[in-house]
Write a protein that binds this ligand. Structure first.
Ligand SMILES: [Zn+2]
Length: 149
């Protein structure tokens, strides 16, 4: 008695959809898109790289600290961990701002105050490239924040 009959497999198996999700790393080659502030863009991109490097370093460093068996070392490692987590939080926020600034450059809205719609002076952008407000609006905003408490 034959039990099994090796039938045909399932019809046309779907091709594996593992197209490499290539991260769009904007490096070197820039598009021909005109940017009003090429040097600030460079600053932002450099800053971004620095932050990413630092975050990586913190993570690596943390791995080392966890390896310490000594209690007192562990305690200080915990403090250090909190500290590095705070740094990471801050850097993540800054990274977000940098990404947003680069995004605004792509959409040609960079350097425009989001509050009054005026141009943010180049000097201010150069000093603080992630800003979205001109000095007057920033001052107003700070006053409002203070008033709100
Ligand atoms: Zn403004």
């Amino acid at each position: 008695m034959k039990a099994r009959s090796s039938g045909t497999g399932p019809p046309s198996p779907k091709p594996p959809n593992t197209a490499a999700t290539a991260r769009s790393v904007s490096k070197g080659k820039t598009s021909t898109k005109r940017t009003k502030y090429p040097d600030i863009r460079r600053d932002l991109e450099r800053q971004r790289t620095v932050i990413l490097d630092e975050v990586e370093e913190v993570l690596t460093h943390r791995g080392d600290l966890e390896a310490f068996p000594d209690v007192s070392d562990q305690a200080s490692a915990e403090i250090d961990q909190n500290f590095s987590m705070r740094i990471r939080e801050r850097e993540r926020k800054l990274l977000k701002k940098i990404d947003e600034a680069l995004e605004r450059m792509n959409t040609a809205t960079y350097g425009i105050c989001e509050r009054c719609g005026g141009d943010i002076p180049y000097k201010r952008l150069k000093a603080r490239p992630v800003t979205t407000l001109c000095i007057e609006c920033k001052t107003l905003q700070e006053q409002e924040e203070k008033a709100r408490g």
